[in-house]
Design a protein around this ligand. Sequence first.
Ligand code: MG
Length: 387
Amino acid sequence: MKRLSILGSTGSIGRNALEVISSHADKFKIVALAARNNVQLLEAQIRAFKPEVAAVFDESAAESLRGKNLNVDILAGEKGIIEAATLAKADMVVSAIAGSSGLVPTHEAVKAGKDIALATKEALVMAGDIIMSEASKRGVKILPVDSEHSAVFQCLDGRDMNEVLKIVLTASGGPFRKKDISGLDAVTPDEALKHPTWEMGKKITIDSATLMNKGLEVIEACRLFNVPPEKVDVILHPQSIIHSMVKFIDGSVLAQMSVPDMKGPIGYALSYPRRFENVLPLLNLAEAGELTFEEPDVRRYPSLSLAYDAIRAGGTMPCVLSAANETAVEAFLDRKISFTAIPRVVSRTMEEHRVRQADTIEDVINASHWAEAKAAEIVEELRRGGF
Ligand code: MG
C-alpha cells in the first residue's frame, strides 16, 4: 500500500490522479490533500478519501472548512501545504500545484525523502539543479507526470544515456497552429483557452498556445534526463498520439503512444515500475488515421526560442523565463496585454536580467521575485503604449 500526499488535488492533474487511485483503491492510501482555494471540491475529496491532513493555501478558505466537522486536520497557508508535502506518513507526493507556487513544497518534499510524481514542471525549470541533486543525494525518485517526459522515461527505460542521440518532444501546436500570424495579436483569452487535444488548467493551456509550455518542457527534459539543450528537439504533432520519442545512436527511434489523456502518465508514475490494467482506452491506430509532423515555425512561436536561450544562459535565467511568463500569462488572461505581447514581456525581462548562480532555493526565489516585478513593470509600460 503506497501512502500518498496530493498537492493540487482540485486541479486537473489532481482530479485525474484521484480517479486513477479510485480504480486501484487497494494499492493506495491518501494521507494528505492540498489545494489552493477550491473548498467545495476539496470538501468532497476529503469525504471520499478520508485523508489525515488537508491543506488550503487560502487562510479564509481553510477557516470555512474547519467549521464542517470533517474529522481531518485542516492546515493553512504555504506552511500548511509544506506540512502536507512532508508528512511523515507519506511515501510519495504527487506534485501538481500549478506554476511557481509548487516550487517550495516540492523541494521540501524531496528534502523529506519523499518520492515525487512530478507535474509541476516549473519546479524543475526554476530550480532543476538543486532539486535533482537533492533527490539523488537522498535516493528520491522523481517520476515525470508530464506526458512528454513520461513518454521519454518509458522509451529510455534505464538505458545508458550515452546511447541517446536526441530526445524529441512532441507538441500539438495549440489552437493557433494554422492561424495567420498577423492575426495572432487580436486573439482573445477564450480563443487561446480552447486547446485542440488536451484538457488542462488555464495557465498551461495558454502556455500550449504560445509553445512556452514546450519551451519549459525542453528545460524540464534537460534537468530530468541530464542532457544538454542541443540533445532536445521539438516537433509539432497535432494529433497528440505520439507523446515523445528517443532517437538512439544506432539510428533506431522509440516512440510512446496512447490516446491523449493525462491518466496515462499519472497512472505510470503511480504504478512504476509496474503498469496498472485499464488506465486508458486502447489506442486504435486505424481510427486515429493519419499521424502528421512538422517543424515548429519560430516566428509563430518565439517563446520556444526564448526557452532555449534561457537554458543556454543557465543559472537564474530559466527561473526568470518561467516567472516572467507566469506574470505575462496572467496579464493576458486579465486582458491587460495582447497574446503576442506574452513573449515580448518575457524577452524584455530576460534582456534586463543579469544572470546569477542558482545554488540555493533562496537564489531562485529572489530571481523569481525580481522577474515578476520586472515583468509587471513591462506589462504596465506596454499598456501605456511604451513599446
Ligand atoms: Mg506536457
